[in-house]
Design a binder for this molecule. Structure first.
Ligand code: SF4
Length: 232
C-alpha cells in the first residue's frame, strides 16, 4: 500500500472510531483501501485528502430534505491549512444565494474582527457551518439534519487540522457540544470537539443587534489570538 493510502486508511479508522465506536472501526469497507477515489457520500466513506476534491465529492448531497430546497451548497471558504476554524450553524439567505458562508453585514463584521487579530478568510482561517444547506426561514438545524451532515464537518476538520475551532453563536455551540446551555455557560471555556480545542463566542449577527456584546467578543478573540500564537 502506498504511504498516501496508509495515511488515508489511518484517517478513516480514526474517523469511524470517533463516529461509530469500535464496531465499524474493525471493519473498514474494502472500497476504502482502493485507489479509485470514487467514494460515495451516501455510504459515509470519504477518502479525499484534498479539500477541493472533497467538496466535489459531497456537493450534490441529498441526504436530508435541505438538499431539495437549497440554492447553493455552502462548503466553506478559506485556507485549507488554517490554524483557526470558525463554524456557524447553517447558511442563511445570502449564503444560500452566493454559496459562501458569512456574507452580508455579519460577514463583514467578522472580517473586521479577523483583521484585528491579524487574520483573514484567506490567511490562516477556514470558515464554514455545521449544515451545508440552508434551513427554510433560517430556522435552527434539526437534530436529524445535524446527524446526517456532521460527518462532513468532521472530515473537513480532519483535512484542515486546525489548532482551534471557534463556534460562532449559541446554536453552533450547543449543536457541536451536544448540550442545552445558554451561550454564557459555554463561553470562556476550552471545550473539546473530536480532539480539537473549541471555544464558543457570540455570532457576529448578535453583535449587530446588540453592541453590548462587542467587548466580551473582543475579549474572546484576544484569547483566541493568544492560543493561536502559542501563549497558552
Ligand atoms: S444539509 Fe448536509 S446532509 Fe442535508 S442535504 Fe445538505 S449537505 Fe446533505
Amino acid at each position: 500500500m502506498s504511504s498516501e493510502s496508509s495515511e488515508d486508511l489511518f484517517r478513516y479508522l480514526e474517523q469511524t472510531r470517533e463516529l461509530f465506536g469500535d464496531e465499524l472501526y474493525h471493519r473498514p469497507p474494502e472500497s476504502f483501501v482502493s485507489d479509485s477515489g470514487d467514494q460515495s457520500f451516501e455510504s459515509g466513506q470519504y477518502t479525499s485528502a484534498n479539500l477541493d476534491k472533497y467538496r466535489e465529492e459531497i456537493q450534490s448531497c441529498q441526504k436530508c430534505l435541505l438538499g431539495e430546497t437549497r440554492q447553493k451548497f455552502v462548503f466553506g471558504v478559506g485556507d485549507p491549512h488554517a490554524n483557526l476554524m470558525l463554524i456557524g450553524e447553517a447558511p442563511g439567505a445570502e449564503e444560500d444565494k452566493l454559496g459562501e458562508p458569512f456574507v452580508g453585514r455579519a460577514g463583514k463584521l467578522l472580517d473586521k474582527i479577523l483583521a484585528a487579530i491579524g487574520r483573514s478568510r484567506e490567511k490562516d482561517v477556514f470558515i464554514c457551518n455545521v449544515l451545508k444547506c440552508r434551513p427554510p426561514k433560517n430556522r435552527d438545524p434539526l437534530p436529524s439534519e445535524v446527524e446526517l451532515c456532521e460527518s462532513y464537518l468532521i472530515h473537513q476538520i480532519h483535512l484542515i487540522k486546525p489548532k482551534l475551532i471557534v463556534a460562532l453563536g449559541r446554536v453552533a455551540g450547543k449543536t457541536l457540544l451536544k448540550v442545552e446551555e445558554p451561550l454564557k455557560a459555554m463561553r470562556g471555556k476550552l471545550h473539546d470537539y473530536h480532539g480539537t480545542p473549541l471555544i464558543v463566542t457570540y455570532h457576529p449577527a448578535a453583535l449587530l443587534r446588540n453592541s453590548g456584546f462587542k467587548p466580551p467578543t473582543w475579549e474572546d478573540f484576544k484569547w483566541i489570538r493568544s492560543i493561536l500564537e502559542g501563549e497558552q
